[in-house]
Design a protein around this ligand. Structure first.
Ligand SMILES: NC(=O)c1ccc[n+]([C@@H]2O[C@H](COP(=O)([O-])OP(=O)(O)OC[C@H]3O[C@@H](n4cnc5c(N)ncnc54)[C@H](OP(=O)(O)O)[C@@H]3O)[C@@H](O)[C@H]2O)c1
Length: 401
């Protein structure tokens, strides 16, 4: 029997690559639901023609009428709730939505007791404590799609689950983005096109800008703590922010590593290709039969590593600070960053302003607890308003949920 899949964010970079993975093993997987905003209806209609889902969710209510005309015979669900309903529709829900808008899909999938293949890191970062509670729903499981966390997931499999953890550190690799090696002064005048020219990965615009500021790595530090953090047990070492390291590795071949207490480091290597971690999250605990990004060892000449430059890329330090503060601080940082990146892409602020806006928003975080999803959404709203006020933007933020 095939594994059924619901795919939220089907028209994006993760979404289209998920469809490639499914197409590589057509007898193994069946796409039963797709979801997107509905603004890219040509691509969504082509996907419907190719995979024949039973359900399509259109998150932007203004696009629903056109979608109904264009997709006769398909059940159309509309709005945030329509998109979130995909979580209960299949064995696995891939959350490839970008930004905080993915929160409801993450929660709905876990609360339905299904497997969440999570690319949408923002939901885990902003909604950490609420998502953690949802993860304890019987049947729910979260397998990360982010290549670094997929790598850590694989490296941690070498643990003896029956014994003590013995993990000394989680080492996240970062490509360094397009501005690796540049000084803070030389980065003052970079353009949107410069920031979007990622050297090793082809991704959507928001995460590509995050990679250029190293905010993406900072968000991944919080994501790693949420996914793999553990209190110190009887035998000493737990996993927290002091055990998470970042190292710049420009070739993006070592996707992350785990160092154990005996000094041994286990790494996961493959060529940069997101289809591999997507396939891993779909197939787990088995593996994909189709290979994506295997290494040709005859031509792989070198692997370089260097420490990150925290002065030129202050977003990484901000993320460690927000993660250590805990509660809703990561939600404030995430919302401030989403607003700042959108303003940068619109030409309203400079690249260097992104970190300054994030620092200012994080300073205003009020220490409120993440009691429930409404508290997370309220923190996101307040942080977005704060970010726009810092940037001198008068119009109110769009509500991502
Ligand atoms: N791309 C990568 O290689 C990569 C790697 C690791 C992690 N990730 C993570 O994966 C997520 C997706 O990234 P991406 O690069 O695939 O982004 P992307 O190419 O910009 O695609 C985003 C997808 O989300 C949909 N979407 C946008 N706003 C939405 C909303 N308000 N409600 C519902 N759907 C919405 C888009 O639909 P429309 O097309 O209709 O607008 C599109 O399908 C991000 O969290 C990112 O950090 C991506």
């Amino acid at each position: 029997m095939s594994t059924t899949i619901a795919l939220a964010g089907s028209t994006g970079s993760i979404g289209t690559q998920t469809l490639d993975v499914v197409a590589a093993e057509p007898d193994r997987y069946e796409i039963v639901a797709l979801g997107a905003t509905g603004r890219n209806l040509d691509l969504l209609a082509a996907q419907v023609d190719a995979v024949h889902p039973k359900v399509v969710a259109i998150a932007d209510e203004g696009c629903a009428a056109a979608a109904r005309d264009r997709l006769p015979g398909v059940e159309i669900r509309v709005g945030t709730e329509g998109l979130a309903s995909l979580g209960a529709e299949a064995d696995v829900c891939v959350n490839g939505v970008v930004g905080f808008a993915g929160l409801r899909v993450t929660l709905a999938t876990l609360l339905a007791g299904r497997r969440l293949a999570l690319a949408n890191k923002e939901s885990l970062i902003a909604g950490g404590p609420v998502v953690q509670r949802a993860r304890s729903t019987p049947g729910a499981e979260l397998v990360p799609v982010d290549s670094e966390h997929g790598a850590l997931h694989q490296c941690l499999r070498s643990r003896d689950e029956r014994g003590p953890s013995r993990v000394a550190s989680l080492v996240l690799t970062a490509s360094g983005g397009p501005f690796r090696g540049r000084s803070a002064e030389s980065l003052a005048s970079v353009t949107v096109d410069d920031a979007l020219a990622h050297p090793t990965w082809s991704m959507g615009p928001k995460i590509t800008v995050d990679s250029s500021t190293l905010m993406n790595k900072g968000l991944e530090v919080i994501e790693a703590n949420e996914l793999f953090g553990a209190p110190a047990g009887e035998h000493g070492v737990g996993i927290g922010y002091d055990q998470i390291e970042v190292v710049v590795h420009p070739q993006s071949i070592v996707h992350s590593m785990v160092t154990y207490t005996d000094g041994s480091t286990i790494a996961q290597l493959s060529m940069p290709n997101m289809r591999l971690p997507i396939g891993y999250a779909l197939a787990w605990p088995d593996r994909s039969a189709a290979a994506f990004g295997p290494i040709d060892w005859a031509t792989l000449s070198r692997l370089d590593f260097e420490p990150p430059d925290l002065a030129a890329f202050p977003c990484l330090g901000l993320a460690f600070a927000a993660g250590r503060a805990g509660g809703l601080a990561p939600a404030w940082l995430n919302a401030g960053n989403e607003e700042a990146v959108a303003a940068f892409l619109d030409g309203r602020i400079s690249w260097s302003d992104i970190a300054a806006v994030c620092a200012s928003v994080l300073d205003r975080h009020d220490g409120a607890e993440a009691a429930d999803v409404e508290a997370v959404i309220e923190a996101d709203r307040r942080a977005r308003r704060a970010a726009r006020s810092v940037m001198g933007i008068e119009s109110p933020p769009t509500d991502p949920t």
